[in-house]
Ligand binder design. Structure first.
Ligand code: PLP
Ligand code: COI
Length: 340
């Protein structure tokens, strides 16, 4: 695809084949140094554990075009660390932080023409992943692995972006209490496909999962973390071993405290105590900050700030986060990594 045909202001979250992707193989106990390739097809054994037993994991991070034309990565070290934890959880060899960041840099540079312009609201989404490959049939770890990173220009994940969206509380679970919820593995997302589709069919942006043990506390959206703002200026986000530890969530916890002066709480968010929140949102790399207008639970809609207007604290958090990502606002030390 030529980038002249991309309408930067209208980008959603759809696959576009870009120029180059990074590919590295793990064989005989080590990752090779990796190469860039134009080929977007993988040729793998039919016995690959990734295909049968879900032995794989992935990441998501973005590269942002700044006002001066330079390009920022946002906290790639955190994605590298999370991917290493995900690899550990499903018995795959971790990629070092150095190799992970180097791969991301190479892919961003090689696809420079696909980075949405500063001010468009878009970014270049990077999708690193590790899969178990090679001839195999038993339920065991793979003999070989592939680490790859590809890139896609994206806009808003939830249609309309920074406007309130309604979510449906799901009766299904995406993860088990001591399962793989905290790892970014495909199985969690496979489990979320049907509940997510049902929510969307009913007109909701997505569904929200409750804790798998008691179904009484909010955990997260299938593709983003949850946060709420209380009337006494608390930023509250669920703490649970089955929630994905999001990097946006982690960053907002810090910014809410240091830049907005909010009290931050990682704790329980009981579904029957939503009245304590004056605003709520979903946060993640793809979702950025998506304001939550209302949540439907057992047939009843609970509206937070408004179904039309974004709340003031959510607006300030959004401005601070995206300002840091695009280089307009100085971020905490080490958050922004230049691609050069
Ligand atoms: N929760 C789930 C299930 C996700 O898929 C994501 C997205 O990566 C998040 C939370 C947010 O994580 P992050 O902010 O690191 O993108
Ligand atoms: C992300 O925000 O990077 C995600 O992985 C969410 C979704 C696209 C699965």
């Amino acid at each position: 695809m030529s980038n002249e045909s991309i309408n930067w202001d209208k980008l959603g979250f759809d696959y576009i084949k870009t120029d180059q992707r990074y590919l590295s193989h793990w064989r005989d106990g080590a990752w090779d140094e990796g190469t860039l390739t134009e080929d977007n097809q993988l040729h793998i054994s039919e016995g690959s554990t990734a295909l049968h037993y879900g032995q794989q994991c992935f990441e998501g991070l973005k590269a942002y075009r700044c006002k001066d034309g330079s390009v920022n990565l946002f906290r790639p070290d955190q994605n590298a660390l999370r991917m290493a934890r995900s690899c550990d959880r499903v018995l795959m060899p971790a990629v070092s932080t150095e190799q992970f960041i180097d791969a991301c840099r190479q892919v961003v540079k090689a696809n420079d023409r696909f980075i949405p312009p500063y001010g468009s609201g878009g970014a270049l989404y990077l999708r690193p992943f590790v899969i178990g490959v090679g001839d195999n049939i038993g339920v065991r770890t793979a003999p070989e692995f592939i680490f790859s990173v590809f890139a896609i220009p994206v806009g808003a994940y939830f249609k309309g972006g920074m406007k309130p969206h309604n979510f449906l509380i799901s009766g299904y679970d995406r993860a088990a209490p001591s399962g793989t919820g905290a790892a970014k593995v495909g199985g969690n997302y496979a489990a979320s496909l049907m509940p997510g589709a049902e929510a969307k069919k009913q007109g909701f942006a997505d569904c929200i999962y409750l804790d798998p043990q008691t179904h009484s506390k909010i955990e997260e959206v299938g593709s983003a973390n949850f946060f709420g703002i209380t009337a006494n200026n608390e930023f509250v986000t669920p703490k649970s071993p089955s929630v994905l530890p999001g990097i946006t969530r982690l960053s907002l916890l810090e910014l809410a405290q240091s830049r907005l002066g909010l009290t931050v709480v990682e704790g329980e968010v009981h579904i029957d105590q939503l009245d304590r929140f004056v605003e709520a949102g979903a946060c993640g790399t793809a979702a950025v900050i998506t304001p939550i207008g209302g949540i439907q639970y057992k047939g009843k809609m609970h509206v937070f700030h408004s179904e039309q207007e974004v709340g003031p604290v959510t607006k300030r958090l959004y401005a601070e986060l995206t300002g840091i990502q695009t280089g307009d606002i100085e971020g905490p030390e080490g958050w922004v990594v230049k691609v050069d």
